[in-house]
Design a protein. Structure first.
Lengths: 152, 152
DNA sequence: ATCCTAAAGTCAATATAGTTGACATGAGAG
DNA sequence: CTCTCATGTCAACTATATTGACTTTAGGAT
């Protein structure tokens, strides 16, 4: 679902009431991630790397198995991006003192910096939009998104 | 960025103010497309096919070059899903009467039906969420999403 | 007729992101 | 010493994309 960076929102006939909203969900996701993806690409990273960094930042000392579960991917799919992050020393892994079976993951300083900067790009876009509609509008946005997200 | 169907929203520490919103964008997109993707998979189709059907439904007699532009993909990337849709007779193509160079695309009855049903799944999720917050909340959601979408 | 161009189609190589299956390693637990 | 759990790795495959090079199809211009 990746698009050329400069691609404008297409203007299509609206066949149904909610077509505009449907299209906004698509372009909204893209709009939020556009700058973050460009920043990550400059670092030689991409979305899967960011997802790993994002989760580990919020769950320091997470085991690899738990990370797999949260991301919802196979361990084989995790392998490549995770190893790159370890090689680049954005993450470190160590056996836990008690649970020697598990390896615990943690961000390094450099990892924290990249995670924060990538996520900052996404939060900046959200902040500008929320500022424009004010607190009640932002709350309504959250309420709508929660209902949609919990559709699963 | 696809996830297992039954995957619950992970509960992560919020490091920043807008982390919750950031995660909602991710899970919102997934929540909206979950049932549509399941329906499409049952038809042996997937997201790229739906995107083609969606656009052609709203731009009958669109030329292939314009479709490429709107979707923002290369013609090689369009080739496979487009040919499948033609083989399955969900789309028909014909040279236009005057502009014989262009091939114009159009949905067949079967194509219209599948496009409508897939999009219905997405619109249903949106409708339920909008109903819950009422018209002002829905308008706020749209306003936020427009600002985010136009970030490009 | 011949040449030029635009639109579409095709072929090959590559990248990314994922899958399943099979098997190996490292480290307690009995 | 063996069993099991967590992790790691190898191979084969699928899907979705890319860029580059080339062909085909059909009109337009001279």
């Amino acid at each position: 679902m990746s698009q050329a960076a400069g691609l404008h929102r297409a203007s299509l006939e609206k066949l149904h009431d909610l077509d505009a909203a449907l299209e906004l969900m698509y372009y909204g996701w893209r709009g939020m991630t556009l700058e973050a993806d460009a920043y990550l690409a400059k670092q030689g990273l991409s979305r899967p790397h960011h997802r790993i960094l994002y989760v580990v930042a919020r769950r320091p000392d997470i085991a690899i198995g738990s990370l797999i579960e949260i991301l919802g991917v196979s361990k084989q799919a995790l392998n490549r991006p995770l190893n790159l992050l370890l090689e680049r020393k954005l993450l470190i892994s160590q056996r836990s003192p008690e649970q020697h079976r598990s390896k615990l993951l943690r961000l390094t300083g450099a990892g924290q910096r990249i995670e924060r900067r990538a996520s900052d790009h996404e939060r900046k876009v959200l902040r500008e939009a929320f500022d424009r509609v004010g607190a009640p509008g932002a709350a309504a946005w959250m309420a709508v998104m929660e209902t949609i997200a919990d559709n699963s």
